[in-house]
Design a protein around this ligand. Structure first.
Ligand SMILES: C[S@@+](CC[C@H](N)C(=O)[O-])C[C@H]1O[C@@H](n2cnc3c(N)ncnc32)[C@H](O)[C@@H]1O
Length: 325
């Protein structure tokens, strides 16, 4: 959705922009080509930062690569003397590079260590799978993977790990297939999809990171600056939708479970996209992962930033502590 993101950001010469999710550098390159601007590109994955070196050479003096989490973007930019930005882009989720590298352990299609840590630090997916109590595993898989058979899959994991630790992607797939059976040809998604998604989100604390990243961008953006966020599944999109609904004053009908009261506060954003935008057919043909992408964008007003409230954003929390890498 690069073209749509660049259009939403309304890049201008002399502007300061944040690419909160550098990945393979597609958004940063697009920003740097679209205007004579400066880009601060953040990624928590040290390999993404290493890979960004080629971009540094292509745009001398205009790109700064920063290893870290986008929830900390204010401090990360302050370290470079920057206190306000003209645009922030977030392309949420896992990169193709991460998915395609078997030793990162993100993909159930590739044999590798059960790792899934974007930052390569902190507890891995294997640590969680081999040590979490069954109720917690079940909640992680049920809530963050929206997996119907979470309880049974958690029980199968616990049973398998009693005989041997589950340390590889194929080991986890084997535990899941004890419940789901092997993938049938007509199945729409692989039976391990939801469990792998759940563990990845949990290991990287992705939903809280997203909420905190949106709030950090809100504080960093100057009036008239743009925020553009691309998400890939409903748990992420719901947080972005609620965040923007509340802050644009359109909060009423976001969720029937927890209606947001219309705020008395002055809106801190005005919408740029009406609802969300999706990838066009050509993009989906070239990259099937774009099928589920949703872009939302908004422009910062001069009103003070709202306080961050995870409950109002319905960020699902897993009890018994969180993992933050
Ligand atoms: C979907 S990819 C971005 C792809 C990128 N837009 C491109 O054009 O190549 C997401 C990237 O964001 C990084 N990431 C995810 N959560 C992050 C966070 N909280 N802080 C910083 N980087 C994060 C991942 O490591 C990954 O490299």
């Amino acid at each position: 959705m690069l073209d749509q993101v660049l259009a939403a950001l309304k890049l201008r010469d002399g502007g300061i922009y944040v690419d909160g999710t550098l990945g393979a550098g597609g958004y940063s390159r697009g920003m740097l080509e679209a205007a004579d601007c400066r880009v601060f590109a953040i990624d928590r994955d040290p390999e993404a930062i290493r890979g960004g070196a080629t971009l540094l050479a292509a745009f001398p003096g205009r790109l700064t690569l920063i290893a870290g989490r986008f929830s900390e973007m204010e401090q990360l930019l302050l370290d470079h003397g920057v206190t306000a930005a003209d645009g922030v882009a977030l392309d949420i989720g896992v990169s193709s590079m991460q998915l395609d590298e078997s030793e990162r352990g993100f993909s159930f299609l590739r044999e590798g260590p059960l790792d899934m840590r974007m930052s390569r630090s902190g507890p891995s997916a294997a640590d969680i799978v081999n040590s979490a109590p069954p109720e917690k595993l079940s909640r992680i898989i049920g809530v963050l993977g929206e997996e119907r058979r979470a309880k049974a899959i958690a029980a199968a994991i616990v049973k398998l790990r009693q005989s041997q630790p589950i340390v590889t992607t194929s080991g986890l797939v084997a535990a899941i297939e004890r419940v789901t059976g092997r993938k049938r040809a007509q199945a729409r998604i692989h039976p391990a999809t939801r469990t792998f998604q759940a563990l990845r989100i949990y290991v990287n604390n992705e939903l809280e990171e997203l909420a905190a990243g949106l709030a950090a961008a809100e504080r960093l953006l100057r009036p008239g600056a743009r925020l553009a966020i691309v998400t890939f599944h409903s748990l992420e999109d719901r947080i972005v939708k609620r965040f923007l609904a509340e802050r644009t004053g359109a909060a009423k009908s976001v969720s029937r479970h927890m209606p947001l009261a219309k705020s008395d506060r002055e809106p801190s954003f005005i919408p740029v996209t009406r609802g969300h935008r999706e990838a066009d057919r050509d993009e989906i043909a070239g990259n099937p992962r774009a099928r589920s992408a949703k872009l939302r964008a908004a422009e910062r007003t001069a009103a003070p930033a709202f306080p961050l409230d995870l409950a109002r954003l319905e960020v699902p929390l897993i009890p018994e502590g969180r993992v933050s890498c």
